[in-house]
Design a protein around this ligand. Structure first.
Ligand SMILES: C[S@@+](CC[C@H](N)C(=O)[O-])C[C@H]1O[C@@H](n2cnc3c(N)ncnc32)[C@H](O)[C@@H]1O
Length: 379
């Protein structure tokens, strides 16, 4: 036997008896949408929407045919329900709530000790302005020393992808010290990034899992930020789908002795300073409903940048990656820092998306290209 449908009951605010335009709209909806999905009941005292699931395309199309009717209220009520699942093209309501909703979430989180690893953090909430000489600028210098000239708490968001190598070659003398030097230098830059970040600001680092040397770079960098008492907001898996990565290196071919693992993806690790919530004005939000719903699912399929050869840089961000990060995690007018700016993808996209920016890179050649992109509007 089929389980009876469990509807959510939503009273509609409308006077009875119903004027004829409302009756026709309700009759049409009840006729055209399967009763198992939803229906409107009109009795002597109330008008009630019984909602199990809703295909929003169908619902809004019917509403548009009856613009002056109660159906506007029906669509509004369904849209205002924030907790739902998606099956096919339909939002699922009642069962989803019953199964998934955690009761007393806030109290339970406090009891467990929400992000306990940040307790006693040293961060202050005051805000400083970035000096004008650093706003909308590309600076060609070492980022650690450059950042030391900035006041603390002045940057809204850092988005960057660190170099794999700070000019220290894998030569015979330096081989065994290379990774220690690398992390020491990288963490000095990141300490400065944390200092200049505003309270509630975000630092988002793109890291490639390394399949040589067996160094879990993304774990080590994340460990560093946790030790510095930043809150881990989450991780985005950037699926590059680059299956053309070398398929000649198998480790131990067809043997469990030591097979190589291969990665077609990279990570974005997201950390917050002091608070998960970032303040900003609603009018400076530029993400659409559809973008938001799609991008909070933390696996992003974006092809690698195609212009790398033309731009002469081996590890550029694709613009789409920067666009999503900026829309999802920053407001228009925010100030965005990339301390390893390369040929300036972060700064070019920030400019296009009406954010302010500061890009730092040690290479003259890359900085010149970053400047050229800004001048050209990178179109
Ligand atoms: C992975 S690339 C970043 C590419 C960039 N996301 C883009 O789209 O062009 C890392 C960059 O860090 C720069 N870099 C290395 N050491 C640096 C330092 N000490 N200070 C500033 N930049 C540095 C390199 O020149 C390189 O361009």
């Amino acid at each position: 036997m089929n389980n009876p449908v469990k509807y959510k009951e939503i009273p509609l605010n409308i006077e009875l008896p119903l004027p004829s335009n409302h009756s026709t709209a309700i009759e049409t909806l009840n006729l055209e949408i399967p009763t198992d999905d939803l229906y409107i009941e009109v009795n002597h005292e109330d008008v009630i929407l019984h909602l199990n699931r809703a295909n929003m395309d169908t619902l809004t199309a019917i509403r548009d045919r009856f613009p002056e009717s109660v159906l506007a209220q029906v669509v509004e009520s369904v849209e205002s329900i924030k907790s739902y699942g998606i099956k096919g093209k339909k939002r699922i309501f009642v069962d989803y709530n019953a199964e998934r909703k955690v009761q007393n979430r806030k109290r339970k989180e406090e009891g467990r000790g929400k992000y306990f690893y940040t307790s006693g953090h040293p961060f202050k909430t005051h805000v400083n302005d970035v000096p004008d000489s650093f706003v909308n600028r590309i600076i060609c210098r070492d980022s650690e020393s450059t950042l030391k000239s900035l006041p603390d708490n002045c940057i809204d968001l850092v988005f960057t992808s660190p170099p794999y190598n700070f000019g220290l070659e894998y030569d015979q003398q330096q081989d065994e010290h290379f990774w220690e030097h690398y992390f020491e230098k990288l963490f000095n830059v990141f300490k400065e990034c944390i200092r200049v970040l505003k309270f509630g600001g975000r630092i988002i680092v793109n890291i490639q899992p390394l399949f040589s040397d067996y160094i879990p770079t993304h774990h080590m960098i994340s460990r560093f930020f946790l030790d510095e008492k930043l809150i881990w907001k989450g991780e985005i898996l950037w699926e590059k789908n680059n299956y053309n990565c070398k398929y000649t290196a198998w480790g131990s071919w067809k043997s469990p002795a030591s097979p190589y693992l291969k990665y077609t993806w990279e990570f974005l690790e997201i950390f917050c300073k002091g608070d998960l919530k970032k303040s900003g004005d609603r009018e400076n939000i530029d993400i659409t409903d559809e973008e938001f719903k799609s991008w909070v699912v933390a696996k992003w399929s974006i092809a690698p940048e195609r212009k790398m050869k033309k731009m002469g840089h081996p590890a550029m961000f694709p613009e789409e990656l920067v666009r999503r990060v900026l829309k999802l995690f920053s407001y228009q007018g925010d100030i965005i820092l990339d301390p390893f700016n390369g040929v300036g993808t972060t700064t070019a996209v920030a400019q296009k998306m009406e954010r302010r920016f500061l890009g730092i890179d040690i290479s003259d050649e890359y900085c010149q290209k970053a400047e050229d992109r800004l001048k050209a509007g990178d179109r």
